[in-house]
Design a protein around this ligand. Sequence first.
Ligand code: FAD
Length: 252
Amino acid sequence: MTDAAAAPAVSEKAPAWRRATLVAERRENASARTLVFDVPGWPGHLPGQHVDVRLTADDGYQATRSYSVAAPARGDRVELTVQRVADGEVSPYLVDDLPIGADVELLGPVGGWFVRRPGAPEPAILIGGGSGIVPLRAMLLTQVHGSASLRVLYSLRSPAELYFAADLTAAPDGLDREVFLAYTRRAPDGDPRPPARLTAADLAEHGLPASLAPAVYVCGPTGFVEAVTGLLLHAGHDPSKIRTERFGPSGG
Ligand SMILES: Cc1cc2nc3c(=O)[nH]c(=O)nc-3n(C[C@H](O)[C@H](O)[C@H](O)COP(=O)(O)OP(=O)(O)OC[C@H]3O[C@@H](n4cnc5c(N)ncnc54)[C@H](O)[C@@H]3O)c2cc1C
């Protein structure tokens, strides 16, 4: 079992811009790519934190966007997973064009509220919509034998849009963990649940009861976060235990 003392040290200093070199990549699906950066001097981060990525064109034009860390801290490595937004300025470049060996600038880690420390003692429900699963995956990967219960509810349109298949569909192997995939438009053949947005019944069946006072993390598009928060409050969850992150437009 990990404990807070074993968690990676995170700098209390203001985050600084650093050079980040793309050293590895992984396709999650047709519209999402995981990018692994080497960031010399990286101070570490906590699951749930994000970074700002800054791109500079040859003519000096700059664009900055926020991306959540997709994996726990591991030395100078920072892993991000980006979904291509149609007509977007930055995400299509990161998903389709940034070559291995290229440099970007990275500011972080940022954020101190939407975080789950490795070894946190309280059970947790992690609820993600679309690319909102990214910071939740970093939280999931810190779970070890003997640590608190985790329930993951992941809302996605179809099997083709699944991220992190290996992590999310792996047998729990003794971990107190369940992952529920809620398909909204097309479910795999044989799935008994007709495609639908996440419901109160899904939450009751696959989450944890409010009586256990779990920490709840909700991440995704604004409409998703608001709808799920409404369901949680209706189910009696303590508002002070619900942490949300909205993946709306960011940067400039
Ligand atoms: C704290 C935080 C963490 C984030 N983490 C991630 C992450 O881990 N992975 C990830 O893929 N994205 C993440 N995002 C979203 C990301 O910052 C960008 O908004 C996204 O990549 C789109 O940027 P773009 O330059 O391609 O689009 P833009 O050029 O900024 O926008 C193009 C059009 O798409 C709309 N749009 C912008 N962003 C979104 C969006 N997220 N969903 C739908 N429509 C959008 C805009 O309104 C506009 O109409 C995060 C956002 C925040 C605030």
